[in-house]
Design a protein around this ligand. Structure first.
Ligand code: ADP
Ligand code: ASP
Ligand code: MG
Length: 406
């Protein structure tokens, strides 16, 4: 008998019919002899609705109270699913994050799981119940309700699977696996049977929102076999596991993109030690995360410095940069918040030259100007104008033979 943690996302529990469908799936898995912990998200659109209400009161709502509000979405779903299971004769019990005691730090709206007290869950499992746990939420050691950031139910599921040493963590969603790129943008995208933790981590951190990054970090750290599957169709989905388990490695496993980017440039700064620190220090102090950074080779004794931030932080970053530029005697500050990042990901890149040149050639052939480039061992990212996102992703998908009709 295996212990399986299943997670159902917002669309999968988006109506009473769909909750009934989930109940049937859970009962079928139980009938196959498995112990089950089921993590659920808020019904589709609910977290956004609650966020809208909060912002109607204050554009920057009190973070503690925001978490109290947002956590109610998942609380509604656990009760509804447990009722649906009980009505079908399947013993079930719902738990909020705080009731399980999913202990987190106190970073409201983006808390990290620190510890899980699995005792109560184990006792309930031993009584033959299905446990239905609210995703996306926890409690800090002062007893405050916290949430784990958008998409956080994935992380709840994987963390529970790790804590209870589950045999598999299954993420049920509205696509039937992890694809070579977002199938909504490239209809010819191909489902991957397997992908390594490392590649999935890159895909997620570069914008593929099918799994929250932290869930993949957890899975990799505790070696939890993770599978992404459809709630609506049968199939094997995509297994995410360690490199040794993935026998045949593709050169490129996928293309990720991120629409939430903005870039800022300061031109003509004196090229001296400490300049990068003077520019980025105040940005970091304002809690703004910086992604790509490029500094030009100095001509005369000045240099240009460009970096990217999340689009939501653009205005704030621009204000800070203008002040710093004044202090440094820089020539000019420019910015652009209509840019996107497209990334190629693949462990096969380690051993193959020429991937970057194929990428640049493909974009050039489409007349797409590359604004920034950054590389690491298993990825290459480029920043391009927002209007080229779809064109760029589709062209690269075809150029690297990722299309399903090949
Ligand atoms: P859930 O509500 O179930 O958590 P999400 O919307 O968070 O679902 O994640 C599923 C979505 O992720 C898909 O509908 C798809 O549009 C998107 N997505 C982005 N990149 C990929 C990819 N490489 N493979 C599969 N889905 C992807
Ligand atoms: N309900 C939360 C969100 O919409 C968490 C999740 O669905 O994973 O982001
Ligand atoms: Mg999600």
């Amino acid at each position: 008998m295996a212990l399986i943690v299943q997670k159902y996302g917002g669309t999968s529990v988006g109506s009473l019919e769909r909750i009934a469908n989930v109940a049937e799936k859970v009962i079928a898995a139980r009938a196959a002899g498995h112990d089950l912990i089921v993590v659920v998200s808020a019904m589709t659109g609910e977290t956004d609705r609650l966020l809208g209400l909060a912002k109607g009161i204050d554009p920057q709502p009190n973070p503690r109270e925001l978490d109290v509000l947002l956590s109610t979405g998942e609380q509604a779903t656990i009760a509804l699913l447990s009722m649906a299971l009980e009505k079908r004769g399947c013993p079930a019990r719902s738990y909020t994050g705080a009731q399980v005691r999913i202990l987190t730090d106190s970073a409201f709206n983006k808390a990290r799981i620190v510890d899980i007290d699995a005792q109560r869950l184990r006792a309930d499992l031993a009584c033959g119940r299905v446990l239905v746990v609210a995703g996306f939420q926890g409690v800090d050691d002062a007893g405050n309700i916290t949430t784990l950031g958008r998409g956080g139910s994935d992380t709840t599921a994987v963390a529970l699977a790790a804590a209870l040493k589950a045999d598999e963590c299954q993420i049920y969603t509205d696509v039937d696996g992890v694809y070579t790129t977002d199938p909504r943008v490239v209809p010819d995208a191909r489902r991957l049977d397997r992908i390594t933790y490392e590649e999935m981590l890159e895909m997620a951190s570069l914008g593929a929102k099918v799994l929250q990054i932290r869930s993949v970090e957890f899975a990799s750290k505790y070696n939890v076999p993770l599978r992404v599957l459809s709630s609506f169709a049968e199939g094997q989905g995509t297994l995410i596991s360690s490199e040794e388990d993935v026998m045949e490695q593709a050169l490129i496993s996928g293309i990720a993109f991120n629409r939430d980017e903005a870039k800022l440039t300061v031109l003509g700064v004196p090229d001296q030690p400490g300049v990068a620190y003077r520019i980025l220090g105040p940005i970091a102090d304002a809690n703004i995360e910086v992604d790509m950074i490029v500094q030009n080779v100095a001509e005369d004794s000045t240099t240009d410095f460009t970096f990217t931030v999340h689009r939501d932080d653009y205005d704030k970053a621009l204000r800070i940069l203008r002040e710093t530029a004044n202090e440094l005697g820089a020539r000019e500050v420019t910015g652009d918040n209509k840019i996107v990042k497209i990334s190629l990901v693949g462990v096969g890149m380690r051993s193959h030259a020429g991937i970057a040149s194929t990428m640049f050639q493909t974009l050039a052939a489409e007349g797409i100007n590359i604004r920034m480039i950054s590389t690491s061992e298993i990825k290459i990212s480029v920043v391009v104008d927002e209007k080229y996102l779809e064109l760029g992703v589709r062209a690269l998908h075809a150029a690297f033979h990722l299309d399903s009709k090949k």
